[in-house]
Write a protein of this length. Structure first.
Length: 305
């Protein structure tokens, strides 16, 4: 899951990272945690749109040559839990990743990691960015969307924490179509939140708590998302960056739901503790426990929405 595990931990109430100290309180909180649901998605890739390679030029009879048997391996499907990013945000992550691969000795402290990540962002900003309106088509629930000119990034969110706690969907729906403003986020509603980003500056503004400067655009909420690339584009899935070098159709479809542990505030007793007590006393069996926990998580999510 890469570095996005901290984003998921924030959503579940565990904070953005372990700060050291005793593990006793953390384990006690885990024992009191309540069960919640998290949607999981499958990202599949189809490169059949890519142009066939040009035929090799005819060789002279005097030259002996061997045809290469190397084939392009199709990209395997990837499971998505947190978010997928195409464009400027993925470019920053990819630059950071490549820098760390070349010089791992420079990435020995958390503070230095932030410095190098910022440097990657500045390099991306200086490069002039990416115009996705001419290199990407986006279809949500079968409806193709018209991307705004100058859009440099598309982020598909399953959780409302991106890049270290950044809420790109936003609570006020700033810069978005009026029909999307009242829509709320939920990590278990079998819907993805699709957001447009005009530059790396917007992501930075959202990260430091300046939503009016961020001006990200809500594009859609959808159960299925399809993107077709027509140029080489950087992609990031749950913190793992790579580049799509050829024309590719990227399909995101709902897979299943996972049971997660969500921190209970204060000293509240969770329904999960009661179910575990019932299992230990033989009041319910393991199958009944699983069914109860799933139903508790489902009802809690519906009430929160």
């Amino acid at each position: 899951m890469g570095g996005t595990g901290n984003d998921l931990a924030r959503v579940l109430g565990w904070g953005g990272g372990f700060q050291g100290g005793s593990l006793v309180h953390l384990l006690q909180d885990a024992g009191r945690a309540q069960i919640c649901l998290l949607d999981r998605w499958t990202v599949s890739f189809d490169e059949s749109l890519a142009a066939a390679p040009a035929a090799a030029p005819r060789q002279s009879r005097r030259i002996t040559w061997r045809r290469s048997t190397r084939k392009h391996e199709p990209r395997a499907p990837i499971e998505l839990c947190n978010y997928l990013c195409v464009g400027v945000g993925a470019a920053v992550t990819l630059g950071f990743h490549q820098m760390r691969e070349r010089r791992p000795d420079l990435f020995v402290l958390r503070f230095l990691n932030k410095v190098w990540y910022t440097w990657s962002g500045l390099q991306t900003l200086a490069s002039g960015g990416i115009n996705l309106a001419t290199s990407l088509s986006l279809t949500c629930d079968g409806v193709e969307l018209e991307l705004p000119q100058g859009l440099q990034g598309v982020v598909v969110l399953n959780i409302n924490s991106y890049g270290g706690g950044c809420d790109l969907w936003g609570t006020d729906g700033y810069g978005s179509d009026e029909a999307l403003v009242p829509l709320q986020h939920s990590p278990q509603d079998k819907l993805l939140d699709v957001v447009g980003v005009r530059s790396i500056v917007e992501i930075t503004a959202a990260q430091v708590g300046l939503p009016k400067l961020a001006n990200t655009v809500r594009l859609a909420q959808a159960n299925s998302v399809t993107m077709v690339t027509t140029a080489s584009l950087p992609v990031q899935i749950d913190g793992e960056p790579f580049k799509l070098e050829r024309a590719t159709t990227v399909d995101i479809s709902w897979k299943s739901q996972a049971l997660m542990l969500e921190k209970v505030p204060g000293d509240d007793i969770s329904a999960t503790e009661i179910v575990e007590w019932a299992l230990q006393r033989g009041i319910v069996n393991a199958a009944q426990r699983s069914a109860l926990l799933a139903e508790i998580a489902s009802r809690r999510g519906a009430r929160a929405a």
